[in-house]
Design a protein around this ligand. Structure first.
Ligand code: FAD
Ligand code: SF4
Length: 457
């Protein structure tokens, strides 16, 4: 039997922001690890975007060598505790696991988390900063792509400075993903580890405004990695989106997660949320907004234009949202947000949808059902229908080539149209996943090393 990760009861967890999934005990982890077949040519590794030696670390867990298991993971992944919690393993390593054919894949994510949490439970003194080369490299943006690239460059011996526009490093890991899925302390530990490698972190530095890319080269940086993410919120373009109590998912989550709006006035940022919230969207971001709203005491309806099968959110998060009491309205497309005489939201007008032929994403396209319009009462609407690449830095940087959707264009080595300027993560792909951003950060670090080797000879 595949072991399930223990979790807090739904009735308890909707009253607070404590972490929902609790992690394996030693016995559970070693029992689950013992199920691994130690495949000679393991398909799970091919499914992992950063190529972790999965059977290798699982074997070490089975042998009770938890610290060594973590070291094995860290050969490829600097953010193990993060990935063990938020990676969509069901679409990556676990779907590839040979035991998935029998419907009982190894719970690789939970085992990764078990190994990674060794560090939380046995705080070890930070390693001394490594010897630095004099060559300076700048990394812009401290999400998973920037953190990974900075760490790898520091391990290679470069003198790395990480510039972050917000006051806390971590990118979406701190401002987007809520505490109950990824405690801030975990991200803070990972940032500490990266600092311990010698990376200098400069917060409140908006590159493109505080300093330009040109300024960075003038300051002696020999290469720049841009990892500014996809933080520009999308809207539906329907009437009523400028009413009071309509939020973009980004604003809502940033206020609650990063600015601790739920602790107002102890924390300075307020949030105006009503008793009846509609969240529009079907991905992880929409699910996070819905579950945060529940914890703020509201009734929550999630409105999604396709069926449950097409939802892009992680399976585990969909299950958690259901257990916690989020109401799902599938095959429903909002067409209008209704307001009262004071300009506040009072309802959501929708039309029913049915599924037609598959679209470019391979999912069946939703098409409106004639004469099926209806509306329901809500007093808050959160729009979580996707994010686009942050436009500020590309706009402020002459000759930086961008694609149609605002992504920065790169070659096979992650180099942009400007020599010495590299880019990776959501800023080149559009909104994606933590692990793919990390994978890009890793590959870009190697490309930067090759590039700097090239220019110095
Ligand atoms: P980001 O994490 O977006 O980091 C970019 C950083 O750059 C930010 O800190 C930003 O402040 C900074 N920045 C921007 N412009 C500048 C500038 N000009 N100068 C300096 N700094 C700048 N993925 C998963 O795999 N699993 C999940 O469960 C999951 N849940 C998610 C939930 C939410 C709410 C959101 C929004 C996303 C989620 N994702 C999830 C997606 C994942 O978080 C992103 O794909 C990933 O964080 C992208 O990493 P990144 O490093 O490219 O960018
Ligand atoms: Fe173990 Fe599954 Fe990977 Fe085989 S595919 S090594 S069983 S985790």
């Amino acid at each position: 039997m595949r072991a399930k990760i223990p979790q807090r009861a739904a009735s308890e967890r909707i009253k607070n922001f404590l972490e929902v999934a609790l992690g394996f005990s030693k016995e559970q982890a070693e029992k689950e690890a013992a199920r691994c077949l130690q495949c000679k040519n393991p398909p799970c590794v091919k499914g992992c975007p950063v190529g972790i030696d999965i059977p290798g670390f699982i074997k070490l867990i089975k042998e009770g060598k938890r610290r060594e298991a973590l070291e094995k993971i860290k050969e490829k992944n600097n953010l193990a505790a993060v990935c063990g919690r938020v990676c969509p393993q069901e679409d990556q390593c676990e779907v590839a696991c040979i035991l998935n054919k029998k419907g009982i894949p190894i719970n690789i994510g939970a085992l990764e988390r078990y190994a990674a949490d060794y560090e939380l439970e046995h705080r070890t003194p930070q390693a001394a900063a490594r010897a630095r080369k004099s060559t300076k490299v700048a990394v812009v943006g401290s999400g998973p792509a920037g953190l990974t690239c900075a760490a790898d460059l520091a391990k290679m011996g470069y003198s790395v400075t990480l510039f972050e526009s917000l006051h806390i490093p971590g990118g979406v890991l701190v401002y987007g993903i809520p505490e109950f899925r990824l405690p801030k302390q975990i991200v803070s530990n990972e940032v500490q580890y990266i600092k311990s490698l010698g990376v200098e972190v400069k917060t409140n530095s908006l590159i493109g405004v505080t300093l330009t890319i040109e300024d960075l080269f003038k300051d002696g940086y020999k290469a720049v990695f841009v990892a500014t993410g996809a933080g520009l919120p999308g809207f539906l373009g329907i009437p009523g989106e400028s009413l009071n109590r309509v939020y973009s998912a980004n604003e809502f989550l940033t206020r609650v997660n990063l600015m601790k709006a739920y602790k107002f006035p102890e924390y300075a940022t307020p949030i105006n949320i009503g008793k009846d919230v509609a969240v529009i969207g079907g991905g992880n971001v929409a699910l996070d907004c819905a579950r945060v709203s529940l914890r703020l005491g509201s009734k929550v309806t999630l409105v999604y234009r396709r069926s449950e099968k097409e939802m892009p959110g992680r399976f585990e998060e969909i299950e958690h949202a259901k257990e916690e009491g989020v109401i799902f309205k599938f095959l429903t497309q909002p067409v209008k947000i209704l307001g009262d005489e004071k300009g506040f939201v009072k309802g959501l007008g929708c039309i029913k949808m049915e599924l037609g032929e598959p679209d470019d994403s391979g999912r069946r396209r939703p098409v409106p059902v004639k004469d099926s319009n209806f509306f329901f009462d809500v007093d808050t609407v959160i729009v979580a229908v996707g994010q686009s690449p942050n436009p500020l830095l590309p706009k402020a940087t002459a000759n930086l080539k961008t694609g149609k959707k605002g992504t920065i264009e790169v070659d096979e080595n992650f180099m942009t149209s400007i020599p010495g300027v590299f880019a990776g993560g959501d800023i080149i792909t559009g909104a994606d996943t933590v692990i793919s951003a990390m994978g890009a950060g890793k590959k870009a670090a190697t490309s930067i090393q090759n590039y700097l080797g090239d220019v110095s000879t």
